[in-house]
Design a protein around this ligand. Structure first.
Ligand code: UTP
Length: 225
């Protein structure tokens, strides 16, 4: 069963961190060698948000702003594909079934956004659903999920485990807005809860944390169905 890896743009792309991107590419190659099938969904980070802002200033509507961000995320996915060479798909999948097909061919799949009105978290959740993935690992700019927003509250406590139900209370149920930043998109969380896909949120600045989560080691926050 495949594993979905969701790399936050806030981690590898804010600003673009070539060394970290390279470490992730090496990790993906290692995982493939071990026979682990992966689909990685990468976000567009601060560059995507910059484009959203520019779009807004130029008067383009929110849907078009989303498209700008989607293209930036696909640009990062392309970087991965170029680093991975023949280990990966030839181009960035832009449809779910393209990603599923590439996975069946034994290729490493790396993609970005799919369509306006969603986040890359929801893309990852959808892909996890369609591929019967048993695990989704999200690499974030935090050590896991906290009982309150650690960027706003110094006394926030990191949780080792949380249920999807309790997570709903931790996440603010914002409506979708281009460029929104949350540890896990509530829409994605709902999809993952429904399909009972184990999700682990880890600190993405150390790509080994993804490996630890895959190996079942205690790392970050595990969200249980
Ligand atoms: P994300 O917020 O998912 O990317 O998408 P990120 O940079 O990885 O974010 P972090 O690190 O988790 O915070 C950025 C924006 O791209 C648009 C949305 O506007 C979203 O907020 N987007 C992305 C889409 O419209 N559709 C997609 O399928 C993906």
């Amino acid at each position: 069963m495949p594993i979905v890896i969701r790399i936050g743009g806030s981690v590898v792309a804010s600003p673009t961190n070539p060394e970290l991107l390279n470490q992730y590419a090496n990790l993906l190659k290692e995982l493939r060698k071990k026979g682990c099938k992966t689909i990685t969904v990468v976000g567009g980070g601060s560059l995507a948000r910059e484009f959203i802002k520019i779009g807004e200033q130029l008067g383009v509507d929110e849907k078009a702003q989303d498209w700008l961000a989607i293209h930036v995320s696909r640009l990062y996915a392309l970087l991965f594909i170029l680093m991975l060479g023949k280990n990966a798909t030839k181009s960035v999948p832009t449809l779910v079934n393209e990603a599923v097909r590439a996975l069946k061919e034994g290729k490493i799949v790396v993609m970005g956004g799919l369509k306006p009105g969603m986040t890359t978290d929801s893309v990852a959740a959808q892909i996890a659903l369609e591929t019967n993935a048993h695990l989704l690992v999200k690499a974030t700019d935090q050590n896991g999920i906290y009982n309150k927003d650690p960027r706003k509250h110094k006394n926030a406590i990191k949780l080792d485990e949380i249920t999807f139900q309790d997570l709903g209370q931790v996440l603010r149920q914002d409506y979708h807005k281009a460029g929104i930043h949350q540890v896990l998109d509530p829409v994605a969380a709902k999809m993952l809860q429904k399909s009972r896909i184990k999700t682990v949120v880890v600190n993405g600045y150390n790509p080994r944390n993804i490996q630890y989560a895959i190996e079942g080691k205690k790392i970050g926050t595990t969200i249980m169905a």
